[in-house]
Design a protein. Structure first.
Length: 274
């Protein structure tokens, strides 16, 4: 009897979790439990349309099985292959800082926390090579209050609206090493990266373009500044327009690849009061 009760309880719990995960309605929260609010998916899906850096191998899905087995039941399975740095993904500090954490070594508390969203869509629309400045952040603070210490800073350029059109999203649809010189999209100015890391001691930074550094970067200074200070980055985010300037909580969990310099990322935000 006890085993039947446990099975029933497990099924009921699974049903609740499934309802919460799939719902677009607000999720209630008891005091001290998981924060309530609306769940917002910040990740693009992986497919043959996924945007990758011009020199990176793209995503492939190989069908292994799909049909009814001799035993009479349906079974399906696939193999997949992908580069670390493509689609919505995380950059681990070791990507540009020798000896610093790889993906599986990033502390979990850097991947979960209160988020602020800084909107630079107007400037990015005027200048494809726009670099987000410290002044953008201090102006945000004048309107919204100080950026909290140990927060996750998300930068909305508006470029996710171009996904998956590589020509508009990256500035070129060409592939190969020669295409890198043709990249044009906004990124984070190195001075602002240093200010965020050293003044605000942020947990992580993310944006809705292909790189923390702008497309025409040759030295990848913002990458180096952040990663030398163990601040990971989330790239190719989406749906940042659905988040308030402050108040949302972010959970950004990558595939746990041992020794990985990056990994596919499923990031969500929990927006309270919706």
């Amino acid at each position: 009897m006890r085993s039947h009760v446990l099975v029933a309880a497990s099924v009921a719990a699974l049903a609740v979790l499934t309802t919460v995960a799939c719902s677009t309605t607000p999720v209630a929260s008891a005091p001290g439990s998981w924060p309530g609010g609306t769940l917002v998916d910040l990740s693009h899906e992986y497919s043959d349309q996924t945007v990758f850096w011009p020199t990176a191998e793209t995503f492939t899905l190989e069908k292994v099985a799909d049909g009814v087995t001799p035993g009479g039941y349906y079974y399906s399975a696939n193999n997949f292959a992908t580069s670390e740095h493509g689609g919505t993904h995380i950059d681990a500090p070791v990507h540009f800082a020798k000896g610093h954490p790889s993906v599986e070594q990033i502390p979990l508390d850097r991947l979960v926390g209160a988020a602020v969203v800084v909107d630079v869509t107007a400037a990015s629309a005027k200048e494809p090579d726009y670099r987000v400045t410290t002044n953008d952040f201090t102006e945000w603070e004048r309107a919204n209050g100080e950026i909290p210490q140990s927060s996750i800073v998300l930068i909305r350029t508006g470029y996710s609206r171009f996904w998956p059109d590589a020509a508009r999203y990256l500035g070129t649809a060409d592939r190969g090493e020669a295409a890198v010189a043709k990249l044009h999209f906004p990124g984070l100015h190195p001075d602002a990266a240093k200010w965020l890391a050293e003044t605000k001691h942020i947990k992580a930074v993310g944006l809705d373009t292909a790189s923390i550094d702008y497309g025409q970067s040759k030295e990848y200074e913002s990458h180096r500044i952040l990663y030398e200070r163990d601040v990971p980055a989330f790239e190719n985010l989406t749906n940042l327009d659905r988040l308030p300037p402050r108040g949302a909580n972010v959970v950004a969990l990558p595939m746990k690849i041992k020794g990985g310099t990056g990994a596919p990322l499923r990031a969500i935000a929990i927006v309270p009061g919706r």
